[in-house]
Design a protein around this ligand. Structure first.
Ligand SMILES: C[S@@+](CC[C@H](N)C(=O)[O-])C[C@H]1O[C@@H](n2cnc3c(N)ncnc32)[C@H](O)[C@@H]1O
Length: 223
């Protein structure tokens, strides 16, 4: 079973405001998803690590007509997603990891938003990408948002991120989070992201979005 990061208690309840404060242009990124998945070839979507359901909500609100399965290992996050998405149909939410889904489950689209940086680049990242890839049809589109960059880029972009944070955020909170991003989260370079996608069975990914340390990537599964 792959490694995972449990979101519970305050980390779960405060998640939606945390993500808005800490990821400049997170909303802009999400708003691109309905356009990028607006294709009948991408109408069976797997949202890996869907958390409180933000990516699913933006798709459904903007007329995505396909089916969506959202999965997440954290019960408190799945509970929030269930509540947030209760008025929409064609959504299945499950408290599971990708590796627990049967392999004959075929999806033709997937999201992996703010997950990969929790996993080490010692096989864990590759295992997760492979676990997704083997459940996708050829040419399926995967869209990812993740902390990306080499040490120098991360350092410089963290200084830019600092300037974009809400003015009322405390200095202690800022220092702690900056430290965590730099020292604890498992960011890798753009070159390494490209290698990992290709090794996992995807075509070469395209970087289509960047907001400080956060980069948006898309790739199709190989034929
Ligand atoms: C930062 S949140 C992102 C949630 C959502 N994608 C969003 O953009 O709002 C990370 C989520 O990933 C889940 N998670 C952690 N490790 C995971 C893994 N190995 N596979 C799938 N999900 C995982 C956590 O439970 C948490 O809900």
């Amino acid at each position: 079973m792959e490694k995972f990061e449990l979101f519970e208690n305050e980390r779960a309840t405060a998640y939606d405001s945390f993500v808005k404060n800490w990821i400049p242009n997170y909303g802009t990124f999400l708003n691109m998803l309905p356009h990028l998945f607006n294709d009948t070839r991408n109408d069976k979507l797997l949202a890996v690590g869907c958390g409180t359901g933000n990516e699913i909500l933006v798709l459904k609100k903007n007329g995505y007509s396909g089916s969506i399965m959202g999965i997440d290992p954290s019960p408190e996050m799945i509970a929030q997603a269930t509540d947030k998405l209760k008025e929409y149909s064609d959504i299945v939410l499950k408290e599971v990891l990708v590796s627990q889904l049967t392999i004959d489950h075929q999806f033709n689209a997937a999201t992996l938003i703010l997950i990969l940086h929790f996993l080490k680049d010692d096989g864990e990242k590759l295992d997760l990408l492979r676990d997704i890839s083997i459940r996708l049809e050829p040419k399926a589109l995967l869209i990812m948002l993740d902390i990306t960059g080499n040490e120098k880029e991360i350092k410089k972009n963290l200084e830019i991120l600092r300037k974009l944070l809400p003015e009322d955020m405390g200095q202690d909170e800022i220092s702690k989070r900056m430290d965590r991003i730099y020292h604890e989260l498992q960011h890798v370079s753009e070159e390494r992201i490209i290698e990992l996608f290709i090794e996992a069975g995807f075509e070469e990914p395209t970087k289509f979005f960047q907001s400080t340390v956060y980069m948006g990537w898309m790739a199709r599964k190989k034929d």
